[in-house]
Write a protein that binds this ligand. Structure first.
Ligand code: GDD
Ligand code: MN
Length: 746
């Protein structure tokens, strides 16, 4: 038996003692087939388990061939065989509704539906009835392993396969044979699925009840059967019947979608708004990080450095995501990627909350929180950075974890959590948020449930993570980036960098830490967290996953990430959004009464400060002093095809906008400080055959915090001549040959 519905909202198990079952058989002109079926049932009646009785109720629609009279004259009539005569042919669905209603009135515990024409094997009855001990509905299925059809013309096989595929995909059913006409129901299940209220008159009735049962959360099983085409009489299947099913299925789905949209209208609006807000910024110039990642990703190929010609301390999934943007034009597609990521994240935030609370406020508050913080320039969210790209993976992982930590959670959810957790870490290596929370849940399971429970969860988590890791590392390797190289970049380098950052912390670092703390305070997030903590403080221990510990673990890790990052860039704060969302959702879920007013007020505070700071940022952007954009356009005007360039240090947006390739593998200043602090590599580049045509430096030339220029500076002085100065920037050109040309232009 194949169980298709794992969700258990099970009805009471029927007592093992006695159970009265009835087979409801609709008939229209079945006088030839019915006697055969009745004698087969007579046989099987004698071999049923102790205490089980089996009756038959024929529902005849006034068959002109006298099927009803045949029943009346049957020896078992009035003993175990009954008749429900109706006056006119009214469709299979209507006949079954009448038959089921009668069966329920008569107090049967188990109700079977079955065709009269011998297509459904009576021999499967005992197994199907036995299946009702653990399930609410057992379907005699042609489309699970062991099930099949016999003597069915090709036309019918195609029709049936098509109908099943259509119904499954439109209605999102798990049942493989959703049109099957052979089923055993618990009487109570007929009621809770609302079978008597079903609307289809023809064979769509079968699909409708499959759908109703799945939506009602019934435990549905499929028992394999062999469906044998009738030998006598004719099928009542007609184009009208098929058409009714097709239209009804579409209409049911449309109805579901409408109800869904009504329920989540606000959330849908927030998701759209999240994207809309970013539209005006699609053409915003690239930040150094964005330009650098685009440059690395755009040329990713086997090469001398980690990602081809360039080296960067970021994992391959980030580079892969940037590659999508780079291959589609760069700036705008990168912004569109960011827009999409934010929309998905807002939707996932709502989904996360929905799992924690039936209250409508939950998804709305969670989505609004995500929107306000991800679209806020206050948190640097307008930049498409690793932090931002990792957010949807973290939220998806949390959704999986919450599913997984329910009592009947399947290992697939654990695997999903592991996969999402790994994906997030492969975007930005410090975003191991989901692993941290998973650790909390697994520890809790080991204490609250059992060691084996926890171990199984851990195994599935690791399997999911390993799958994604293997896949991404494999793809990266095909691109010429080895796992050892990645490890060196994302782990070894970060440790070395942390040491460098710690010893070199300047007053800039302290200033940025200050700004970061102020931005967080000013964002209103503390108000939101306070509301969630206060309003969510419900006495007594709630059942289910240890949300409190999960939230503490998550926010704790995220806060640690912000501080341990060492450089205190504003966009670090994006990393705290999933934790904030979880705390908000948990707060709504735990409050005694729906805390609409408190959340509306807290979110209004966040919205106001975020809006103010955005206006401020946009204004400030408009008054930006002459800078890298001018340098880039100067270069673009003066460079010649085949020219290359180098910026000391970082600021790779200059090279990107000017369209210059760099022969130096470092596009960021941190790697220079950590991996080339004495500029040996830079010196070799400047004096080698691939030396750049152009060199751009800041006010202090090659001198920068903690970089020793003594090796490279003489080489630069000897080989290059300054040709222009723009603001603080100096533009140098190779001396030999064309040097004079540009000197004149400057
Ligand atoms: N009372 C009544 N009224 N009975 C009807 C009517 C009706 O309008 N229409 C059909 N029946 C009875 C038939 O007499 C038969 O006992 C049973 O319903 C099934 O009818 P068939 O005409 O033999 O159906 P089919 O073989 O084409 O289709 C079977 O397979 C389909 C899946 O592929 C049925 O089991 C369908 O329900 C099923 O969807
Ligand atoms: Mn048939």
């Amino acid at each position: 038996m194949t169980t298709t519905t794992a969700r258990s909202r099970g009805l009471a198990t029927h007592s093992a003692g006695t159970s009265r079952a009835v087979v409801v058989v609709p008939t229209y002109n079945e006088s030839e087939s019915l006697p055969v079926l009745l004698s087969a049932i007579a046989d099987v009646r004698t071999s049923l388990p102790e205490g089980t009785t089996l009756d038959v109720l024929v529902v005849d629609d006034g068959s002109p061939d006298g099927t009803a009279d045949l029943v009346r004259h049957h020896p078992a009539y009035g003993v175990w065989l009954g008749l429900l005569p109706r006056t006119a042919k009214d469709g299979l669905g209507a006949a079954y509704r009448a038959g089921f209603a009668r069966a329920l009135e008569d107090g049967y515990d188990l109700v079977v539906q079955m065709d009269a024409d011998g297509s459904h094997p009576v021999s499967a009855l005992p197994a199907m009835l036995a299946g009702l001990a653990t399930h609410d509905l057992v379907i005699g299925s042609r489309y699970v392993r062991g099930g099949r059809t016999e003597n069915w013309p090709l036309r019918r096989r195609v029709l049936s396969a098509g109908a099943n595929t259509y119904a499954r995909s439109v209605l999102w059913l798990r049942t493989k044979d959703s049109t099957a006409g052979f089923r055993a129901w618990r009487a109570a299940a007929l009621d809770s699925a609302g079978v008597l209220r079903s609307s289809a008159d023809g064979y769509g009735f079968q699909v409708e009840n499959t759908w109703r049962s799945e939506r009602a959360g019934l435990r549905v099983a499929e028992e394999p059967i062999t469906f044998v085409e009738r030998v006598a009489g004719a099928s009542k299947m007609s184009p009208a019947v098929a058409l009714e099913a097709v239209t009804l299925i579409a209409r049911w789905r449309a109805g579901e979608l409408r109800a869904w949209v009504r329920r989540y209208a606000l959330v849908v609006g927030l998701v759209l708004l999240a994207g809309l807000v970013r539209l005006p910024f699609l053409h915003r110039p690239l930040t150094p990080d964005e330009a650098g990642f685009l440059t690395v990703a755009g040329q990713w190929h086997p090469g001398s450095s980690l990602y081809g010609d360039y080296w960067v301390d970021r994992p391959p999934l980030l580079v892969a995501l940037y590659r999508i943007a780079a291959l589609h034009g760069g700036t705008v597609s990168l912004r569109l990627l960011g827009l999409l990521v934010v929309m998905v994240s807002v939707a996932l935030a709502a989904g996360l909350a929905r799992q924690l609370t039936p209250r409508r406020l939950g998804p709305v508050a969670a989505a609004a929180t995500a929107l306000l913080l991800l679209d806020a320039s206050l948190f640097g969210g307008m930049q498409v950075n690793g932090e931002l790209l990792a957010v949807p993976f973290v939220l998806a992982g949390l959704c999986c974890l919450i599913r997984a930590s329910r009592t009947c959670g399947s290992p697939l959810w654990w695997a999903g959590a592991g996969a999402a957790a790994m994906a997030a870490a492969l975007v930005k290596q410090n975003v191991v948020d989901v692993f941290v929370v998973a650790g909390v849940v697994i520890a809790w399971q080991a204490v609250q449930r059992s060691r084996s429970h926890a171990l199984a969860a851990l195994a599935a988590l690791v399997a999911g993570a390993a799958g994604v890791l293997g896949f991404v590392l494999g793809i990266a390797w095909l691109h010429g980036t080895s796992p050892a190289g990645i490890w060196d970049a994302v782990v070894t380098f970060r440790l070395q960098a942390a040491a460098v950052i710690a010893t070199e912390a300047s007053h800039h670092t302290a200033e940025r830490a200050h700004v970061l703390a102020l931005a967080w305070l000013w964002s209103g997030v503390p108000v939101l967290l306070a509301v969630a903590a206060l309003r969510g403080a419900r006495a007594g221990r709630a059942a289910g996953p240890p949300l409190g510990w999960m939230a503490v673990g998550l926010l704790g890790w995220e806060a640690f990430g912000v501080v341990a990052g060492g450089s205190y860039w504003l966009h670090y704060l994006i990393g705290t959004v999933p934790g904030t969302v979880l705390v908000v959702a948990r707060g709504v879920a735990r409050a005694r009464r729906t805390p609409v007013v408190s959340y509306a007020a807290a979110l209004a505070v966040v919205a106001a400060s975020v809006a103010l700071s955005t206006v401020h940022a946009v204004e400030r952007g408009a008054h930006e002093p002459a800078g890298t954009a001018e340098v880039a356009s100067w270069l673009a005007q003066h460079d010649r095809p085949g020219d290359t360039g180098l910026v000391a240090y970082g600021q790779s947006q200059i090279l990107r906008e000017a369209g210059l390739r760099s022969p130096y593998s470092h596009l960021w200043s941190l790697p220079v400080r950590v991996r080339d602090p004495r500029l040996e590599e830079l010196r070799d580049v400047l004096s080698g055959p691939d030396r750049p045509t152009w060199v751009v430096t800041g006010r202090y030339g090659l001198t920068s915090w903690a970089i020793d220029p003594s090796l490279a500076a003489p080489v630069l002085r000897a080989g290059y001549v300054q040709v222009a100065r723009i603001g603080e920037w100096r533009i140098l050109h190779l001396r030999d040959g064309s040097g004079d040309r540009v000197t004149g232009l400057a």
